[in-house]
Design a binder for this molecule. Structure first.
Ligand SMILES: Nc1ncnc2c1ncn2[C@@H]1O[C@H](COP(=O)(O)OP(=O)(O)O)[C@@H](O)[C@H]1O
Ligand SMILES: [Mg+2]
Length: 426
C-alpha cells in the first residue's frame, strides 16, 4: 500500500543543526514540519496544534525528553501522539527507557536520512491506520447501540401492545353483558314501577306498616331517581366500550404484511388515549383538537406502527403547547387557545395521503429542527424525553411505509409535521 501520508511532524531538539538536518529531510519528503527548541516549548506548541508525530531529543536543558514524553502521555489530549526518540547510537539505556515511557520507536544520531524517513513513514502509517480503526469502531459501536435501543423500544412496545390488546379483549365480554342487560333492566324497572302505580291506585288505604315503609324509603324519590341512575350507568358502560374499542384499534399487533386500515380511526383512537392530557384540569388550560379529514378510504399499511407515529407526534405537540403555556398569560391563552390541527387529504395524483399535524406550541430553533429525527436527540428534561419518538416515527414512515416526513417550525409560533404515505404498500 503506497499511500503518501503528509502529517504534521513536530521536531524537538535544542541543537539547531539537528533541527535543520531533520526538518529539511522531512520537508523534502513532503511532510509538514514544526520545530521546538525545548521540552517546555514543545508542550506549549502541542496545545496549539496537535501534531501527528513527535520526534523528541532525549538530552535537553530544562525538562529533558523523558520528562516531556511523560507529560505528553499524562494528558488525554496528547497521549495518543506517537513519539520517536532521537538518541545517540550507543545509548541502549535511553532507548529502553524511551520505550518504557511509551515511545513507538527511536532514531539514532548521527542521522541516517533514509532510516529516519523509513521510520517516520511506517509509524505515521500505523498512526493513521489506528485512527481509522478507532473511528470505525466508534461508528460501528454507535450504530449498534442505536439499533439495540430501537429493538428494545420495539420489544417493549410490542409487549405493551399485546398487553393492552389482551386487556381490551378481556374487558369487552363483561362490558358486553352490562351493555346488553342495562336496557332490559330499565324496562323491568319501568314495569315494576307501573305495577306499583296500579297497586297504589287500586287500594286507597295501605296498612300502617306499608305506609310507614313507603315514607321511610321515600318511594317518590326512588321512582324519580332510579331511571336516571340507570341511564347514567348506561352512559358509563358506553364510554368503557368506546375506550376498550379504541385500545383494541390502537394496540393492533401488526402482522408482517401490510393490511388495510382507516388512518382516521388510528388518529381518533390515539386522541382518545391522549384525552387526559387534552382536557382542562386545575390551572391547566384545555388543548383543542381541530380535525379536518379529507375523503380518504383505507390505505395499505402497518396500523399498529402508524398509531405509534401518531402517538409520538401528538405527544410532542402536547408537550410543545404545554411548554408555551408557561410563557403565556391567561388572557393570551384565551384569545389564542391551545390548538392542534389535524388535516388529511389526498395528493393530486391520488396515490398518497398527506397528513398535517400542526400545533401552536413553542416551535423550535433551526439548530434543534435539524436534529429532531436523530436518535436520542431531546431537549426535554431527563426522564421526560427519550429522544426516540421522532427517530422511530421517521423510520416507520420512511423505511417501513415508503413515505416521507417533514417538519416546518417557527420559534414561538408552532410546528407542523407533514407526513405522506402511499395508499398502496409497495
Ligand atoms: N411539536 C414540536 N414542537 C416543538 N419541538 C418539538 C416538537 N416535536 C419535537 N420537538 C423537538 O424534537 C425533539 C425530539 O423529539 P422526540 O424524538 O419525540 O424525543 P422526545 O420527545 O423524547 O424529546 C424534542 O425534544 C423537541 O425538542
Ligand atoms: Mg417525543
Amino acid at each position: 500500500m503506497e499511500t503518501v501520508l503528509t502529517g504534521l511532524i513536530l521536531i524537538v531538539d535544542d541543537i539547531p543543526t539537528n533541527l535543520d538536518v531533520i526538518s529539511e529531510a522531512l520537508s523534502n519528503a513532503g511532510y509538514k514540519v514544526a520545530i521546538a527548541t525545548s521540552g517546555e516549548r514543545a508542550l506549549q506548541q502541542v496545545k496549539r496544534r496537535l501534531p501527528d508525530m513527535i520526534l523528541l531529543d532525549v538530552m535537553m536543558p530544562g525538562i529533558d525528553g523523558f520528562e516531556t514524553c511523560q507529560r505528553l502521555k499524562a494528558d488525554p489530549e496528547t497521549c495518543n501522539i506517537p513519539i520517536i526518540f532521537m538518541t545517540a547510537m550507543a545509548d541502549v539505556d535511553s532507548k529502553i527507557k524511551g520505550f518504557n515511557l511509551g515511545a513507538v520507536d527511536y532514531i539514532t544520531k548521527p542521522f541516517q536520512e533514509q532510516e529516519v524517513l523509513a521510520r517516520v513513514k511506517i509509524n505515521l502509517q500505523l498512526r493513521f491506520l489506528n485512527q481509522n480503526l478507532e473511528q470505525q469502531v466508534a461508528q460501528k459501536t454507535a450504530a449498534l447501540q442505536a439499533a439495540q435501543l430501537q429493538i428494545i423500544q420495539r420489544e417493549k412496545l410490542s409487549a405493551l401492545g399485546n398487553l393492552v390488546a389482551g386487556v381490551a379483549h378481556e374487558i369487552s365480554n363483561p362490558v358486553g353483558f352490562l351493555a346488553g342487560n342495562i336496557q332490559p333492566a330499565l324496562n323491568y324497572i319501568k314495569d315494576l314501577l307501573g305495577m306499583l302505580d296500579l297497586v297504589q291506585q287500586e287500594s286507597a288505604h295501605f296498612s300502617p306498616a306499608i305506609a310507614e315503609e313507603i315514607a321511610a324509603i321515600d318511594l317518590e324519590y326512588i321512582r324519580e331517581d332510579l331511571p336516571k341512575l340507570i341511564t347514567s350507568m348506561s352512559e358509563g358502560v358506553k364510554r368503557i366500550k368506546d375506550i376498550s374499542n379504541s385500545l383494541r384499534i390502537y394496540a393492533r399487533v401488526d402482522s408482517s404484511r401490510a393490511t388495510t386500515f382507516n388512518i382516521h380511526d388510528g388518529i381518533d383512537t390515539t386522541i382518545m388515549i391522549l384525552k387526559h392530557r387534552l382536557k382542562a384540569s386545575g390551572s391547566r388550560p384545555e388543548i383543542q383538537i381541530i380535525k379536518e379529514y379529507g375523503d380518504i378510504s383505507s390505505i395499505e399499511c402497518f396500523p399498529g406502527q402508524l398509531n405509534q407515529v401518531f402517538m409520538n407526534i401528538l405527544a410532542n405537540a402536547i408537550d410543545a403547547v404545554e411548554e408555551s403555556n408557561h410563557e403565556r398569560s391567561f388572557t393570551e391563552i384565551k384569545i389564542n387557545p391551545n390548538q392542534i390541527k389535524i388535516k388529511t387529504e389526498l395528493s393530486q395524483d391520488m396515490q398518497q395521503v398527506i397528513i398535517h399535524i400542526k400545533d401552536n406550541g413553542v416551535g423550535m430553533e433551526k439548530s434543534v429542527k435539524s436534529h429532531i429525527f436523530d436518535h436520542l436527540f431531546t431537549t426535554k428534561a431527563l426522564g421526560k424525553g427519550t429522544g426516540l419518538g421522532l427517530a422511530i416515527a421517521s423510520q416507520i414512515i420512511i423505511e417501513k411505509h415508503g413515505g416521507t416526513i417533514e417538519v416546518d417550525s417557527v420559534l414561538g409560533e408552532g410546528t407542523e409535521f407533514i407526513i405522506t404515505l402511499p395508499i398502496k404498500a409497495e
